[in-house]
Design a protein around this ligand. Structure first.
Ligand code: HEC
Length: 405
C-alpha cells in the first residue's frame, strides 16, 4: 500500500461525527492479530517479540504497519487469492485484503481500544507438540553448539528409529529446542540398508521453518514408515549474536490401521542449472510427465539465496496449461510448503513443469557473489531448484468423473 492509500485510511478514521466509527482494538484489530500473528508472536513463540496485548502492539505500531503494508509479515509468498474468493491453501496465513486494510486503518489512527465486551476469546495454543502427544519421539543425538557469530555448514545427523514393524504416520512435527538459531530443518527417511548419504530428493519426510513445522494428514491418509527406517536430519543453523545449543526432535503420531490412501512424497530437481554472473532474472526449469493419476496434497519449492520466483504448472496432453502454485516473491528465509484444501486431481500423462527464477545480480541484497556462475550445490552460496510434492494415488472413480483431462 502506498502513502496516498494510507492517508485515505487515516482520513476514514477521522471522519466527522455521525459517520461509521473506525476500527477499534477489541472490535477489529485484536481478532486479526490473534488469528494471523500469535502462532509465532507469543511468549515462547518463534517471533522476536510477543503481540499478545494492546500494549505489545501499540508500542510497535509503526513497524507493524510497515511490515504489514509491504507484505513482509505474515510470511506467505504465494500469489494472493483474489478478493471475494476462498484461498485454495489450508495453511494460508496471509492477511486478506480486507484484514490488511482494517489493521492498517487502526494502526495509523489514534488506536482506540473499543468495547472490552466485544473482545475475541483468547486463542489457546498447545504447550509443546501442536499435533498432540506423539506416539514416537526421536532426537538427533547430542545437542549441537551454535556459536554466537559466523556461518555454519549444514549439520547432518542420522538416528536409528527401532521401528520393528511397518507403521503408518498420521501426523508429524519437527521441534527444535532453540528455535532462535534454527533456519530450517529437512528430515528424510533412509531405508534399512541405504548408506547415510542424503540424496536431497529421495525419502523426503518432514520439514521445519519458524512457525511451520508440523503436518496432520486428513483422516484416511498416512505416510508409510517401513520397519528398520532411520531418520536423516539436515539442519541449517544461523548464529544470532548469542551462543546457543539446540537439540531438534521429531514427534510422530501413528495411525492404528493401514490408511485408505498412502501419502507419497517426491522431489523433482533441476540439477543441471547454470546461472550466469550478474543475471537479474535467469530462468531454470525441469518437467516430469505424471505416470499415474494422483491428487496433489502439497507443494514445497526449495531454492537458495538467489531464488526470486517459483512456478509449478500442469500441461495436459492437448497443450492446455493450469497453474498449480505461483510464488512471485520467493524468500529463502521462509521454506514454506503450500497445502491444498481440496487436493487437485492430476491425470496420467499430464506434465508438471517447474520453473525457478534466479536473481544473480548486485541488486539482490542476499546475493553472496554476483560475479560467479552458479551451479547446483548443497551450500547456500550454490543453488538448488527442487519441488517437493506430496500426493496420494487417485482412485478409479476420480478418473471416471473427469474423463479426457
Ligand atoms: C510463521 C511465523 C510468523 C507469523 C505468522 C508472523 N510473524 Fe512476524 N516475525 C516472525 C519472525 C521469525 C520474525 C523475525 C524475522 C526476521 O528477522 O526476518 C518476525 C518479525 C516481525 C517483525 C519485525 C520486522 C523487523 O523488521 O524487524 C514485525 C513487526 C512482525 N514480525 C509483525 C508481525 C505481524 C503484525 C504479524 C501478523 C499480521 C506477524 N508478524 C506474523 C514470525 C512470524
Amino acid at each position: 500500500m502506498d502513502l496516498a492509500v494510507l492517508l485515505i485510511l487515516v482520513g476514514l478514521h477521522t471522519a466527522p461525527p455521525g459517520t461509521a466509527p473506525g476500527p477499534s482494538w477489541h472490535g477489529d484489530a485484536q481478532d486479526i492479530i490473534n488469528r494471523k500473528c500469535l502462532t509465532c508472536h507469543r511468549d515462547g513463540g518463534v517471533g522476536p517479540f510477543p503481540l499478545e496485548t494492546y500494549k505489545d502492539v501499540t508500542k510497535r505500531s509503526r513497524m507493524i504497519a510497515e511490515v504489514v503494508s509491504s507484505g513482509l509479515m505474515p510470511p506467505w509468498h504465494a500469489t494472493p487469492t483474489p478478493e471475494g474468493q476462498e484461498s485454495p491453501w489450508q495453511n494460508d496465513q496471509s492477511l486478506t485484503a480486507r484484514e490488511k486494510d482494517v489493521l492498517l486503518a487502526w494502526l495509523t489512527s489514534d488506536q482506540p481500544l473499543g468495547d472490552p465486551s466485544a473482545a475475541p476469546a483468547s486463542p489457546t495454543f498447545r504447550s509443546e507438540w501442536s499435533i498432540g502427544t506423539p506416539d514416537l519421539v526421536f532426537d538427533f543425538g547430542d545437542p549441537i553448539a551454535v556459536p554466537a557469530e559466523g556461518t555454519m555448514p549444514y549439520v547432518y545427523r542420522t538416528t536409528e528409529m527401532d521401528v520393528t514393524t511397518d507403521s503408518w504416520v498420521s501426523a508429524w512435527e519437527v521441534l527444535p529446542s532453540d528455535p532462535s538459531v534454527v533456519h530450517h530443518v529437512l528430515v528424510f527417511l533412509l531405508d534399512a540398508d541405504s548408506d547415510a548419504r542424503p540424496s536431497d530428493t529421495r525419502g523426503f519426510f518432514a520439514a521445519y521453518v519458524p512457525g511451520l513445522g508440523s503436518r496432520v494428514y486428513q483422516p484416511g491418509q498416512a505416510k508409510q514408515l517401513p520397519a528398520g527406517s532411520r531418520l536423516l536430519f539436515q539442519v541449517h543453523y544461523t548464529p544470532n549474536g548469542k551462543a546457543a545449543t539446540d537439540q531438534t526432535r521429531v514427534g510422530i503420531r501413528l495411525a492404528e490401521e493401514p490408511p485408505e490412501h498412502e501419502v507419497y512424497a517426491v522431489g523433482i530437481a533441476d540439477r543441471r542449472l547454470s546461472i550466469p554472473p550478474g543475471a537479474a532474472a535467469h530462468e531454470e526449469g525441469t518437467s516430469l510427465t505424471v505416470p499415474r493419476a494422483v491428487h496433489v496434497l502439497s507443494v514445497m519449492p526449495h531454492m537458495h539465496l538467489r531464488g526470486a520466483a517459483f512456478q509449478a504448472e500442469l500441461e495436459a496432453p492437448d497443450g492446455t496449461r493450469r497453474t498449480l502454485l505461483e510464488v512471485p516473491n520467493y524468500d529463502f528465509n521462509w521454506q514454506l510448503s503450500y497445502q491444498f484444501k481440496d487436493p487437485p486431481l492430476v491425470q496420467r500423462g499430464e506434465t508438471l513443469h517447474i520453473t525457478g527464477t534466479f536473481d544473480n545480480s548486485e541488486a539482490n541484497p542476499a546475493n553472496p557473489d554476483p560475479g560467479r556462475r552458479v551451479r547446483w550445490g548443497r551450500q547456500t552460496e550454490d543453488e538448488m531448484l527442487i519441488c517437493y510434492v506430496e500426493y496420494v494415488r487417485a482412485s478409479l472413480g476420480d478418473r471416471i468423473r473427469q474423463p479426457g483431462r
